[in-house]
Every structure is written in structure tokens, then in C-alpha cells.
Design a protein around this ligand. Structure first.
Ligand SMILES: NC(=O)c1ccc[n+]([C@@H]2O[C@H](COP(=O)([O-])OP(=O)(O)OC[C@H]3O[C@@H](n4cnc5c(N)ncnc54)[C@H](O)[C@@H]3O)[C@@H](O)[C@H]2O)c1
Ligand SMILES: [Fe+2]
Length: 391
């Protein structure tokens, strides 16, 4: 069977930003948000490019979990400016805004919801895309995916196309240093969830597996160090690399049920993405490994990287889920939706929609075990209390 592995060119390490000196173009359009702007990162990019006679525009209206209308606003600004290089500097929300706006800049009539992996998008007539992450989690700088929110319903939808893979990813550890502790833990858990889900997805392959194995080891080693000392540049760099590898992994395989549960939590209760998928991860491992020797063996392989020695695959998979909960506890990540601050009232009120949107999410089709609305409802209830899955 023919398969593909698509990744951007990646520059990483201290002062990776200097790669901008090699960039060809004249009109850079920086996509960012107000918080990232306050740290002065767009200014640093502007300084390098302006010294080389580029003209630079900064658009800083990106929002967490971008809506279609915000993406359209960014695309319109790109058009007015006639950008030839789009530079996203920010977290996954900024990078997804830039990627989606790039599509509409090149082809205003495209319906984002209708983008598919197989239909050509015909990008790169007007601009190329550079991504510089300021969180170490989504790996969006390495993926061909976007996650956007519908304006009318607030529902997040994910879609992908190989042409959306950025031309260049710059992993500059200094740009992640300002990330506070909670977002460091949340986004780190997003990276781990990408790596693990890609390893059991029905589209897994040898290339994605290789990226996963390294990413899982790196998250367990470097996320606690990143959290212990937010200024530890080596730990920040390693987590950027881990997140990037995890992005490469899932972009060329797929994520699964944990992301369907997580996207829905983001849509209905506005739970931060990494927090949402991090809460879903151990639960979906426990669910998927039950009566499913193939998935159980795959989780067991990942567990063995962390010293899990059980021979029974299902028990080994559950021990792997436990290792993840131990890591979460050690870095101060909440172990339940309740501990994450979601009130019982809003949980109960949102539960029907949570189930409905999770069932509509595209990643659910990649999950190694079938599910249905009743079981998803139960999973959310267990997640609210923080109980391991037993069904
Ligand atoms: N396209 C993909 O491949 C992909 C993969 C995973 C997740 N996502 C999407 O990405 C989004 C989540 O991205 P995220 O987790 O990076 O968070 P985010 O981009 O939504 O950012 C969260 C908050 O952190 C702030 N922030 C970002 N960098 C900072 C820094 N260095 N210092 C201080 N504050 C900073 C932002 O301003 C924002 O307020 C979700 O919408 C998710 O669905 C996309
Ligand atoms: Fe994710």
C-alpha cells in the first residue's frame, strides 16, 4: 500500500530564530496574539527582517481556539497587505489561525469545514508559511492539521491536508520561556497525547511509530524539568522537540478518541486543549486496551519505555495509564475535571452536547476500539470524578 510521510523543514536550538536571515521574500505577515506580542517576540522577528529590507506587518488578533470569522479577518488582512510570507508566532491557536487564513488568502471561496486530506488545496501561489511555536505541545508547526471553531455553535472541527504542512518550523527555546506553569503542563500533555494516540491509531505506520517512541521518552524526561524550572532553556528546547516529533507522528498517522473527547470539552466547556486531552488520555487507554490485545500490546510497548514490566498486555497497558497519571500528579496537572475547576452544574448542563460533539469528531473513526454515545457519556462521568475506566 502507498503511504506518505510529510514534515516541514525544522530548525531547532538556541538562536534558531537566526534562520530568518536566510528567508527569501519581501512582505512578511506576522500572525500572533496580544499576549505573545507583549513578550516582544513579533518585534524580534520584525527586527531581523527589517534589517534585510523586508516590509513587515503584524496582525495580533488571534484568539484561543480560533473561530472561522477570526480566520477570515486574518485572511482579509493578508490580502490587503499582499503578503508573500506568513509567519505564525504563538501557540497552536495562532498557528492554526495562520494556516487556515493562508488557505482563504490563496482561495477565498474554500469552505474550511470541507477541506479533506485528499483534495488538492493548490496553495503556495501567493505565500509560504513559517511557524514559530511559543508553546511546547500542539506540534502544529509540524502538522498538516487545523482545528477551528464554528461561530454559530462553538463546535471545534479538525481537518487536514498535506499542503497545509508549513514550509519551515523554527523551534526557538527562548520563545517558550515565558509560558506559565499551568500552560506548560497542559501543552506538554497535549504532546504526549498526540504521540500515544498516533501509536494506536488505525493509520499508524513505521515513520509515525519512530517519532512516537522518542517523543514519549522525551516528555517523561523533560516535562517535569520544564515545570520545575520554567527558565530551564534545555528543558524548554527538549519539550519543543518532543512536541514537534509528536506532531509529526500524529500528522502522519492520526489522533483518536482522546482528541474527540478533548475537542468536545474545548467546544462545550471551553477547557484548554492540552488540559482536555490530558484528562482524556489515561481514560481512553484504559478503555481501548480492554478486550483488545492489539491496542493493549501497543500501549504495553510504550509502557516498557518507562519501565513497565507486566507480561499481560492489558495489565501492562493499564500500568502505562497509571504511569501517565503519576506524571500528571508530579507536575501538578489536575487528575479530574472536577479538580480542573469545572463545576458540577456546568458539567451536567453540558453533558448531552459533550457526547454529541465527541461523536461528531473526525478522530473518533481512527480509534482502535468501537464506541457509542452511552459509553462516551460514561467516560465523561468517570473523567469528572477522576476514576479509572472499568468497562
Ligand atoms: N493543528 C494542529 O496540529 C493542532 C494540534 C493540537 C492542538 N491544536 C489546537 O491548538 C490549540 C491549542 O494551542 P495551545 O495549547 O498551544 O494553546 P493556545 O495557542 O490556545 O494558547 C493558550 C494561551 O497561551 C498563551 N501563550 C502562548 N504562548 C505563550 C508564551 N510563550 N507565554 C505566555 N503565554 C503564551 C496564548 O496567548 C493563549 O492565551 C487548540 O485550538 C487545539 O485544538 C492544533
Ligand atoms: Fe492535541
Amino acid at each position: 500500500m502507498v503511504w506518505w510521510f510529510a514534515v516541514p523543514r525544522v530548525v531547532f536550538g538556541e538562536d534558531a530564530l537566526s534562520e530568518l536571515e536566510q528567508l527569501a521574500g519581501t512582505h512578511a505577515f506576522i500572525v500572533t496574539d496580544k499576549i505573545v506580542s507583549k513578550f516582544g517576540y513579533p518585534e524580534k522577528i520584525d527586527k531581523i527582517l527589517s534589517a534585510r529590507q523586508w516590509s513587515v506587518a503584524v496582525w495580533d488578533n488571534a484568539e484561543p481556539d480560533p473561530r472561522v470569522s477570526t480566520v477570515k479577518e486574518a485572511a482579509e488582512a493578508m490580502r490587503r497587505y499582499n503578503a508573500d510570507t506568513i509567519i505564525a508566532v504563538g501557540g497552536g491557536s495562532v498557528m492554526d489561525t495562520a494556516k487556515a487564513a493562508w488557505i482563504l488568502y490563496e482561495h477565498p471561496d474554500v469552505l474550511l469545514e470541507a477541506v479533506t486530506p485528499l483534495q488538492p488545496l493548490d496553495l503556495r501561489h501567493k505565500a509560504k508559511l513559517v511557524c514559530i511555536p511559543t508553546t511546547a505541545g500542539t506540534g502544529s508547526e509540524a502538522t498538516k492539521a487545523i482545528v477551528i471553531r464554528e461561530d454559530e455553535t462553538g463546535r471545534k472541527f479538525a481537518t487536514n491536508n498535506p499542503e497545509m504542512c508549513p514550509d519551515l518550523a523554527i523551534l526557538e527555546p527562548a520563545f517558550v520561556k515565558g509560558l506559565p506553569k499551568d500552560l506548560t503542563t497542559y501543552t506538554g500533555m497535549d504532546a504526549l497525547t498526540h504521540a500515544v494516540e498516533a501509536y494506536v491509531s488505525v493509520w499508524k505506520n513505521d515513520f509515525s511509530d519512530a517519532c512516537t517512541l522518542q517523543a514519549v521518552k522525551m516528555v517523561f524526561e523533560w516535562l517535569p524539568k520544564s515545570v520545575q524550572n520554567l527558565e530551564d532553556l534545555q528543558a524548554r528546547e527538549k519539550m519543543l522537540v518532543a512536541a514537534d516529533l509528536a506532531g509529526m507522528s500524529f500528522s502522519n498517522s492520526q489522533v483518536a478518541l482522546g482528541h474527540s473527547l478533548g475537542h468536545s470539552l474545548g467546544s462545550v466547556l471551553r477547557v484548554q486543549h492540552g488540559l482536555a486531552v490530558g484528562l482524556s488520555l489515561p481514560i481512553t487507554i484504559e478503555y481501548n486496551c480492554r478486550g483488545n490485545p492489539t491496542a493493549a500490546a501497543q500501549y504495553a510497548e510504550l509502557g516498557s519505555l518507562l519501565g513497565v514490566k507486566r507480561t499481560d498486555p492489558e495489565l501492562a497497558a493499564r500500568a502505562f495509564a497509571k504511569k501517565i497519571r503519576q506524571l500528571q500528579k508530579a507536575i501538578g496537572f489536575p487528575l479530574s475535571l472536577k479538580l480542573a475547576g469545572v463545576s458540577k452544574e456546568s458539567f451536567d448542563k453540558g453533558l448531552d452536547k459533550l457526547v454529541e460533539y465527541a461523536m461528531m469528531d473526525s478522530s473518533i473513526t481512527m480509534n482502535p476500539r468501537d464506541t457509542d454515545s452511552d459509553r462516551i457519556r460514561k467516560m465523561y462521568e468517570y473523567m469528572y470524578r477522576g476514576s479509572p475506566i472499568d468497562f
